[in-house]
Write a protein that binds this ligand. Structure first.
Ligand SMILES: [Cu+2]
Length: 125
């Protein structure tokens, strides 16, 4: 029974590896069970949490909540994905696909905020 379970697991891994080749995007869509929502609180001048650990290739919905007194947003470095700039008490969501390994850096692009410490990272591992 235990052995059979292991074979099933290996079969799933092999199936996943085959599916991942050219159709990487659709393979990830099959992992919808991996999509999770992470609430990130923005304040002056931090994101909490500033480090979000996710499964490689999984989809993560980031729900940005502004609990500060200034406007904030969340930009993914390098790929142009971002939330709206939101006011105190507002929220906005952004869905990102985690890298297969490595990390995605993010920051608030309201002038001066990144420099003041509003940075974070989504780490796949
Ligand atoms: Cu900000």
């Amino acid at each position: 029974m235990k052995l059979f379970g292991m074979f099933s697991y290996i079969a799933l891994l092999v199936a996943g590896a085959l599916a991942a080749s050219p159709g990487a995007v659709s393979a990830h869509q099959h992992k919808d069970g991996d999509t999770r929502t992470v609430e990130v609180v923005a304040k002056e001048f931090t994101f909490e949490p500033s480090r979000i650990e996710v499964a490689p290739g999984s989809r993560v919905e980031i729900k940005l909540i502004n609990e500060g007194s200034l406007s904030h947003n969340l930009h993914i470095a390098g790929d142009g994905m971002k939330t709206e700039t939101i006011q105190t008490g507002d929220t906005d969501t952004l869905t990102v696909t985690a890298p297969e390994n490595g990390k995605l850096a993010f920051f608030c692009n309201v002038p001066g905020h990144k420099q003041a410490g509003m940075t974070g990272e989504i780490v796949a591992h």
